[in-house]
Design a protein around this ligand. Structure first.
Ligand code: APR
Ligand code: PHB
Length: 388
């Protein structure tokens, strides 16, 4: 049976960031990933990094390309009722965010991880996470293997095997499903604006984002049961423009989509995030709707708390930080869950009810007029302090 110090399940951003931080601090880890490297690398996901995430990737030694190619954003815009209001992140919160795609981070991290990842590890099963050591099995090229380690970390996303292995009476799930999805497209056209624009419109929410100065990422809120086939590029561009203020709509450069997908929106938190020798990290433990751009950043925050605990344990056998992991991670998770829920509720169309729409406009108007209200948004958007 193979032995290592930490077995990580899942080679998304959570698993690879953790593996890299452990490696930098002399802790041995193996990552078991069900898919191929190409499959995981091709998924189009988030694109906005908080400063804390940027710092973690730099500490992990994988930040060089990110610092060169990432775009610094000092603010973003809210568009509503024919108005535009800029949230000055730098002025209100003293920080900025960085636009750098998750696909790029995934590539940088996978390059660094090298042979520490076992790609196409099928049928991962947690055999023991409570005894004097942890045991896990997987099948590679038709051959079954077993690994013994001190800890297992589930970084295997919402549908992974780790959380599913926890007995139902030891875990609490909190969930809210939103009654709409986001239809997103990626296109090699220059972004409509230098900064991101979040639009509240009677027809539904729209977001203008980007991956670079020549690659745009746009989203429109759509019904959950919409089929991709019913969204031609032309229909998408028309719908996007109809939801933006006229002066912006007129500037949208259209072009063929290179990716198009519909994603549901959900808030989900599993508590606690530790079960004996098993820890949960990132999407395996919590999901936020993308409106606040918090998913990837929360995963990075979990990794920061957990790697410090693991490093301390392997240096001194002290479990103090490990014992605090779930409590410290969840404190931040719930605050980001609240912000993502609030921002989603403020910006989307939930019904045809005029009362609900007028309340949204009143709140957006207040945001535009009150420095205090704008500052609260800015502080959350750039990322709360790690020990909040
Ligand atoms: N065995 C092995 N690997 C698995 C298993 C399994 N049973 N189940 C899932 N995986 C792998 C998936 O193939 C995937 O590569 O775990 C990985 C989980 O990756 P993500 O879903 O990206 O989760 P995480 O790394 O926590 O992502 C962090 O970034 O953009 C966001 O939406 C993303 O919010 C999430 C965040
Ligand atoms: C993205 O570029 O994909 C993106 C940016 C900001 C968000 C959500 C998604 O809030």
């Amino acid at each position: 049976m193979a032995k290592t110090q930490v077995t990580i399940v899942g080679a998304g951003p959570s698993g690879l960031m953790l593996c890299q931080m452990l490696h930098r601090h002399g802790v041995d880890a193996v990552v078991l990933e069900r898919q191929t490297r190409e499959h995981v690398g091709a998924r189009i996901r988030a694109g906005l990094l908080e400063q804390g995430t940027v710092e973690l990737l730099n500490e992990a030694g994988v930040g060089e390309r990110m610092m060169r190619e990432g775009l610094v954003h000092d603010g973003f815009e809210l568009a509503f009722d024919g108005r535009r209001h800029r949230i000055d992140l730098a002025g209100l919160a003293g920080k900025h965010v960085l636009v750098y795609g998750q696909t790029e981070i995934q590539r940088d991290l996978a390059d660094a991880a090298g042979a520490r990842v076992i790609w196409e590890a099928k049928d991962v099963a947690i055999l023991d996470s409570e005894g004097s050591s942890a045991r896990i099995s997987y099948v590679k090229d038709g051959v079954k293997h077993e690994i013994r380690s001190e800890f297992i970390v589930g970084c295997d996303g919402y549908h992974g095997a780790s959380r599913a292995s926890v007995p139902k009476d030891r875990i609490v799930h909190h969930e809210r499903i939103y009654p709409f999805g986001w239809l997103g497209i990626l296109a090699d056209v220059p972004p409509v604006s230098e900064e991101l624009v979040y639009a509240n419109h009677r027809r539904g929410f729209a977001l203008c984002s980007m991956r670079s100065r020549t690659r745009s990422r746009y989203y429109v809120q759509c019904p959950l049961d919409d089929k991709l086939e019913s969204w031609s590029d032309e229909r998408f561009w028309d719908e996007l423009r109809s939801r933006l203020p006229p002066e912006l709509a007129g500037k949208v450069v259209v072009g063929p989509s290179i990716e198009k997908s519909i994603a549901p929106l959900r808030s989900f938190v599993a508590e606690p995030m530790r079960f004996g020798r098993l820890f949960l990290v990132g999407d395996a433990a919590h999901i936020v709707p993308p409106t606040g751009a918090k998913g990837l950043n929360l995963a990075a925050a979990d990794v920061r708390v957990l790697y410090q605990g693991l490093v301390e344990y392997f240096r001194s056998r002290s479990t103090t930080l490990l014992d605090e992991y779930s409590m410290r991670a969840l404190a931040r998770v719930w605050k980001a869950t609240r912000f993502s829920w609030w921002f989603t509720t403020l910006m989307h169309k939930f019904s045809d009810e005029a009362f609900a729409y007028r309340l949204q406009l009143a709140e957006l108007g207040y945001l535009a007029e009150s420095r205090a209200a704008s500052q609260a948004v800015a502080e959350n958007y750039v990322g709360l302090p790690f020990d909040c």
